[in-house]
Design a protein. Structure first.
Length: 444
C-alpha cells in the first residue's frame, strides 16, 4: 500500500465580487429557436454559454465560474483517493490508434490531416496516450499502484447534438487511470472511486444511481452513475426499495430486483460518470509491463474512471430549475448572493454600495446589480433566470427599516434581516468557500 500526501491548494483566479454593469452578462427574453434542450435554453438565456454550432459552445464568464467549481469539487475528491493530475495532448498520432485497431472502428473519431499529409485524431478518450506514456517507465511491483487523472477537452463526432451540453462534439471530461499489480488490487481501488463519485454528486446536489452496464469497446462491463431525468438518453431499470439498477442495454424488459425481489422501475436518465476495468488488450498493444516479486514481467491491471464536467453542469440545470429560470446549488453557483439595488434614490444607491463592500470584505461571492437603466421588474426577472442562491434587495423600504430583504432562490417567501444576520448565516453554511485548501493523507 502506498501512502501519499497532497497539498490541494489549487485556487482558481476568478472575481469573487462583481458589478453587473461591468460583467459580461447578456440575458435574453427568449431562447434561440434552434435549441431543443432545456439546459441549453436556460444557460444561453441567462448568459452562461453561447452556441457556436451544433454541439459546440462558448462558456462565458458566468458559465466558466460554474465549470471551475465543479472541477474543484472533482479535484478535491480525486486528491482524497491519491490520484495525481496531469494534462495529456488532445492531438493524437494516427499510429497509436492503428495499434489498438480503433482508427477505423471508433465511429465517433474526429480525424484531421495536416498540410504535410500527416493524419491525426482529436482525442475522444486517452487510452492511446496514457498507455504509451506508462510504457516508457521501468516499473516494478514496488512502484504500483498509482493513479493519474486529467481535466481535458474531448472531441467526438456525434451525429446527435440536440441535447445542449449534455451531448456535445466538444466537451470537458475528467478521466482517471489507475495502475495495479493485480486485478484484486484494482478492484479495491474501484470501490474507492465509486465512493468518491457518490461524494461528488452529493456536493453537487444530484442524486446519482450507480447502474450496471456494458463496457462497449473499453471493457466487458462498467458501472454508470445515472441522474434521473426525462431528457436522459439512457433508459435504466432500478429498484426504489434497495437501489439496484441496470441499464436497459443489458436487461430484457421489466423483471424483479435481483437483490430484494422488488419491482424494477423503468426511467430515463443522464449518464454523468462511469467506471470500468480496462481490457488487457491496451497493455498488450503498448507493452505496459511491470517486474513482479518473482522477477517475471507481468501486464499491469488498469482501471478507467470517467466523469463528465460539462455534462454534469447540464444535468444540474435540467434537474434544478423552475418556470423562472435556473436554481443553482450553493456548491457551484457562480456567486452566493445577488444584490439588487432598486430605484434611483441616492440613499438606496449609497446603502447598496456599502452592503456590496461588506459582502466582499466578509469573503462572500456576490454579484451586484447596479444597472441604472434596468427597472425593478427586469432586475427581478434576471435574478431568477440566473439563479444565484440568495437574492438581496436594497430599496427605500429596506433602508428605512435598517435591513435588507433576503430571499432564497429555491423558496417563495422573502424576509427582512440585518446585513450582519445574513452574513452570519451565509458564512456558517456548508459551502462557505470553493477554494479548497487542505493537506490530505491518503492510502490506497
Amino acid at each position: 500500500m502506498i501512502t501519499k500526501h497532497f497539498d490541494l491548494s489549487f485556487k482558481p483566479d476568478y472575481h469573487k465580487t462583481m458589478r453587473q454593469s461591468e460583467f459580461f452578462i447578456n440575458t435574453l427574453k427568449e431562447a434561440p429557436k434552434d435549441e431543443v434542450a432545456l439546459n441549453a435554453k436556460l444557460l444561453i438565456r441567462a448568459g452562461f454559454i453561447d452556441k457556436l454550432m451544433a454541439g459546440v459552445y462558448t462558456f462565458l464568464p458566468l458559465g466558466l465560474k460554474v465549470l471551475k467549481k465543479i472541477e474543484n469539487i472533482v479535484r478535491e475528491e480525486m486528491g482524497k483517493i491519491g490520484a495525481l493530475e496531469l494534462l495529456m495532448p488532445s492531438l493524437h498520432p494516427k499510429e497509436n490508434w492503428e495499434r489498438t485497431g480503433r482508427w477505423d472502428s471508433f465511429d465517433a473519431l474526429f480525424k484531421v490531416t495536416s498540410s504535410f499529409g500527416s493524419e491525426y485524431a482529436l482525442g475522444p478518450t486517452h487510452e492511446e496516450i496514457i498507455y504509451p506514456l506508462i510504457s516508457k517507465q521501468t516499473l516494478s511491483y514496488k512502484e504500483l499502484p498509482f493513479a493519474l487523472y486529467q481535466l481535458q477537452t474531448k472531441f467526438r463526432n456525434e451525429a446527435r447534438s440536440k441535447s445542449g451540453i449534455l451531448r456535445g462534439k466538444e466537451f470537458i471530461m475528467k478521466d482517471l487511470y489507475s495502475f495495479h499489480a493485480s486485478d484484486k488490487d484494482r478492484d479495491g481501488y474501484y470501490i474507492k472511486v465509486k465512493t468518491a463519485y457518490q461524494d461528488i454528486f452529493k456536493k453537487l446536489n444530484l442524486k446519482s444511481i450507480p447502474t450496471d452496464a456494458s463496457g462497449g469497446t473499453f471493457s466487458e462491463n462498467s458501472l454508470e452513475f445515472q441522474i434521473l431525468s426525462p431528457v436522459g438518453e439512457d433508459v435504466i431499470f432500478y429498484c426504489e426499495k434497495c437501489g439496484f439498477s441496470k441499464n436497459k442495454e443489458i436487461i430484457s424488459g421489466i423483471e424483479n430486483c435481483q437483490n430484494c425481489g422488488g419491482t424494477l422501475v423503468e426511467e430515463n436518465a443522464i449518464e454523468a460518470g462511469n467506471i470500468f476495468p480496462l481490457k488487457k488488450k491496451f497493455a498488450e498493444d503498448f507493452g505496459v509491463f511491470f517486474t513482479g516479486k518473482d522477477g517475471d514481467k507481468k501486464l499491469v491491471s488498469v482501471g478507467c474512471y470517467g466523469f463528465g464536467i460539462t455534462r454534469t453542469m447540464g444535468a444540474i440545470v435540467e434537474t434544478n430549475n423552475d418556470e423562472k429560470g435556473i436554481i443553482w446549488p450553493e456548491s457551484v453557483a457562480p456567486f452566493k448572493a445577488h444584490i439588487l439595488s432598486l430605484g434611483s434614490d441616492k440613499k438606496v444607491k449609497n446603502e447598496a454600495e456599502k452592503i456590496y463592500k461588506k459582502f466582499g470584505d466578509a469573503g462572500v461571492e456576490v454579484l451586484y446589480d447596479d444597472r441604472d437603466e434596468k427597472s425593478a421588474g427586469e432586475k427581478f426577472s434576471d435574478a431568477d433566470l440566473i439563479g444565484i442562491p440568495w437574492r438581496v434587495v436594497v430599496s427605500e423600504k429596506t433602508v428605512k427599516a435598517g435591513k435588507i430583504e433576503v430571499k432564497k432562490r429555491s423558496e417563495k417567501e422573502a424576509k427582512l434581516m440585518t446585513v450582519e444576520e445574513f452574513l452570519d448565516s451565509v458564512q456558517n453554511s456548508k459551502f462557505k468557500s470553493q477554494n479548497y485548501s487542505s493537506k490530505l493523507k491518503t492510502n490506497f
